[in-house]
Ligand binder design. Structure first.
Ligand SMILES: [Zn+2]
Length: 81
């Protein structure tokens, strides 16, 4: 789950446990969240940094011009019994 999707894994886990409570069928399920890091490449100085950690700003030059490399995809890797 990408850090930049706006969903925090905590909320997703909460939703999943609600789902399990309502549907005993899911109680045997295992929730696996693949947490993709929100990495960006600075357009100004080409520094690689984590968007969440640095609040969207380049820690090196302070620029907000960036190319997002990952963390925008949302995927549930495995829901298995
Ligand atoms: Zn920079």
């Amino acid at each position: 789950m990408g850090e930049l999707t706006g969903f925090l894994p905590v909320f997703f886990e909460k939703y999943f446990s609600m789902l399990v409570e309502e549907n005993p069928l899911f109680s045997e399920c295992e929730l696996v969240i693949d947490n993709v890091r929100g990495e960006a490449l600075c357009d100004e100085c080409h520094a690689l940094y984590n968007v969440m950690k640095n609040e969207g700003k380049c820690p090196k030059c302070g620029s907000r011009n960036k190319t997002i490399l990952g963390g925008q995809d949302f995927k549930v890797k495995n829901i298995g019994f």
